[in-house]
Design a protein around this ligand. Structure first.
Ligand code: AMP
Length: 299
């Protein structure tokens, strides 16, 4: 199908109850592209500063991620700082420095414009809209966002949502978007705005899927190793969309399998800081955890 991903490629400073890491590589576009690359090569759209490490750009290339849409500009790379409490689902943003993203208005390479799948990973919704308008006729458009944009750019979010098929957000964001405490009612509202599938992520409690004809739930993989929850949501989306890209289908059973692959990738991402775990795993690790999921949910 071919999948275009727009999102942040970033430096993250992460504080967990046990450890602090300064300026490690992260970003919604990074996690999502790496996760998707296990299935089919995605095309990334983002910008980094000259301070971004060359070896990570080399890793993208080694994973066959198309980087023709990844600009390197003079200036500093996007920097986000977050802090987690004892509950890994609770995180606080300490700082967001957009840096080179501030004036980023890319023109998509021609080879990107015929993409059939587009993922608007967490980034300024005006940028999401701008990129989307450059893709000729995508079959599936998916989107993620966070509190910051819901609070500062609600109109832009509603405009983009009107063009989106699948929305990935966490349960807190669902409530912020709609002002509705009940997830089922909130899902109905959101589906009325555009998306035909809402994926409400609930961190270590898994995710709920609200589609046109069905609602279902998927647990998170019960891992005892939660080192750094950053990137779980993006890795989920990357696994989900990478699988759809590979199969070339998006029927109901395909969407369910995609959800399991998404959960598998998310469960790996959180087992180490930053992208370390996604760098280390192999396709066979993914398949083996996929099979474990089958045992986990069948009865
Ligand atoms: P996740 O944990 O999957 O929700 O995503 C975490 C990633 O989102 C981090 O690696 C950050 O660099 C990135 N991020 C955080 N805030 C923003 C923002 N306002 N815009 C774009 N990316 C962000």
């Amino acid at each position: 199908m071919s999948l275009v991903i727009v999102g942040s490629v970033a430096f993250d400073t992460i504080q967990t109850p046990h450890e602090r890491r300064e300026k490690i590589v992260g970003g919604s576009g990074t996690y999502c592209s790496l996760a998707a690359s296990f299935f089919a090569p995605p095309k990334i759209v983002a910008v980094v500063g000259k301070d971004f490490p060359r070896d990570v750009l080399a890793l993208f290339k080694a994973r066959k991620i198309d980087t023709r849409g990844l600009e390197i500009r003079s200036g500093k790379t996007f920097h986000w700082e977050g802090r987690y409490g004892e509950d890994p689902n609770q995180r606080e943003t300490i700082r967001t420095e957009l840096n080179v993203f501030e004036n980023f208005h890319p023109t998509l390479p021609d080879s990107y414009r015929s993409a059939r799948l587009v993922f608007l990973a967490n980034i300024d919704p005006d940028l999401q809209d701008d990129i989307l308008s450059q893709v000729r006729s995508p079959e599936i458009v998916a989107m993620d966002t966070i509190k910051l944009w819901i609070a500062t750019k609600p109109d832009a979010i509603r405009r983009v949502l009107g063009k989106v098929d699948i929305l990935f957000v966490n349960d807190e964001e669902v409530r912020l978007l709609t002002g509705e405490a009940n997830l089922v009612k909130a899902a109905r509202l959101i589906r009325g705005w555009g998306p035909r599938l809402l994926v409400a992520k609930k961190g270590e409690h898994g995710a709920m899927f609200f589609g046109q004809h069905e609602t279902y739930v998927l647990p998170a993989y019960p891992t005892p190793v939660v080192v750094d929850p950053t990137g779980a949501g993006d890795s989920f989306a990357g696994g989900f969309l990478g699988y759809l890209d590979k199969t070339g289908k998006a029927g109901r059973p395909d969407l369910r399998r995609a959800a399991v692959y998404g959960s598998v990738l998310a469960s790996f991402a959180i087992e180490d800081f930053g992208i370390e775990r996604l760098k280390a795993i192999k396709k066979r690790d993914i398949e083996s955890r996929y099979r474990e999921f089958h045992r986990l949910v069948s009865f």
